[in-house]
Design a binder for this molecule. Structure first.
Ligand code: FE2
Length: 371
């Protein structure tokens, strides 16, 4: 069954928080702000949020210990703090890691879920209400019902999903992207591109998600020529931020597919940035997708104003630089992990383990085995 459900109120524009302080007042008396160690402080988002809370006479506790690719321990610790501090709502500031961690904490603040059961299905559980403030242009987490956590038991990243994990508000201020290092901006933009493209190849893709995805790809395409040397204008940054949120809206309905399930191994075992991992794999996946779904792939390339997949691969290569390499043994292991992932079944392109191995091999070469 195809469906589209999007309960998040999205506000977009410079000074978005300052101009919408009244939204905070309606959330409760005490907040927990969830973020990483640096980015929210550098870009000014944390100051804007604390000002908005103080203006409404609200108190807050700050949890700023979210690491990249958050662990289960981290979200349980944050959930415990939220519970002990008796907070009424959560404000998440940052990229995908703080936003995803904040969602899990919002749930753990009000639900007793044994740690070993966290990946067993949480769809029916409630969570504290949330405001999300993205400071990258990639994850789209501010409009999804997913929280993606490191899952050591399965040696990958695994999402938990529940309607209660949709934030109530997403506040998008393009000024927060200004301080982002160039490589982080590139990687996150490629993540959002991957969300829209994979969404178009999901078995759950619909007219609604396709139209959002095509427009998001076009917005990214308009900015790509200025992305590499960070010559982006504020207008460009707003387009990239909106495209990221649109990509999130796409995957909130479609889920992600082959590229994400493969990319998780690069992040889990090698620490590769999530968006970079997707970008390394995306062109070779699309070459396989083109064999069975040429019109779908053409529909993705048109808004980028690219005539061929080779041009697309060149453009991504230019943005990502030298590719990492994997050994034969690593490729075998990651092929097995990805083949067992539920994301593979979510793809309208039937992808075999042999093809997954082929995508890894062509994308990441083969270093000498035994390294
Ligand atoms: Fe992603």
């Amino acid at each position: 069954m195809k469906q589209f459900y999007m309960p998040v109120k999205v506000l977009i524009g410079e000074n978005c928080i300052k101009e919408n302080q009244e939204l905070f007042a309606g959330m409760g008396k005490k907040a927990m702000i969830v973020t990483g160690r640096h980015s929210a402080k550098v870009c000014g988002a944390l100051d804007d949020v604390t000002e908005a809370l103080q203006a409404s006479g609200q108190t807050y506790v700050l949890y700023d210990r979210v690491m990249n690719n958050p662990s289960v321990d981290c979200v349980y610790e944050g959930g415990r703090v939220a519970r002990e501090e008796q907070v009424d709502f959560i404000v998440a500031i940052g990229g995908g890691s703080p936003m995803d961690a904040a969602k899990a904490m919002a749930m753990l603040a009000v639900c007793d879920i044994p740690k070993e059961k966290i990946f067993d299905g949480v769809a029916a559980y409630p969570a504290l209400p949330m405001i999300h403030v993205p400071t990258t242009a990639g994850t789209g987490s501010e409009v999804t019902p997913y929280a993606i956590l490191t899952n050591p038991g399965r040696e990958t990243k695994t999402s938990i999903s529940a309607s209660s994990l949709f934030p109530r508000y997403a506040l998008l201020d393009p000024a927060y992207l200004q301080q982002l290092p160039e490589h982080s901006l590139i990687h996150t933009v490629i993540d959002s591109l991957s969300h829209s493209m994979e969404g178009m190849l999901s078995v759950r893709a619909s007219e609604i998600t396709d139209s959002i995805a095509v427009h998001a790809i076009a917005l990214i395409g308009e900015c790509l020529p200025r992305l590499k040397d960070n010559e982006l204008s504020q207008e460009d940054r707003e387009k990239l931020l909106v495209a990221s949120t649109m990509g999130g809206m796409v995957i909130s309905a479609t889920g992600t597919t082959v590229v994400h399930s493969m990319g998780y191994s690069l992040t889990f075992f090698h620490g590769t940035d999530h968006g970079r991992a997707n970008g390394l794999l995306l062109p070779e996946f699309l070459k396989i997708a083109r064999q069975s779904h040429p019109e779908r792939v053409k529909k993705m390339l048109q808004p980028l104003r690219l005539a061929s997949l080779d041009q697309f691969a060149e453009q991504l290569h230019d943005l990502l630089g030298q590719h990492e390499t994997l050994t034969v043994e690593e490729i075998e292991k990651y092929t097995a992990l990805a083949s067992g992932s539920k994301n593979i079944k979510n793809c309208c392109v039937p992808v075999t383990p042999e093809q997954i191995r082929e995508i890894f091999t062509k994308s990441l070469g083969q270093a000498e085995s035994g390294r």
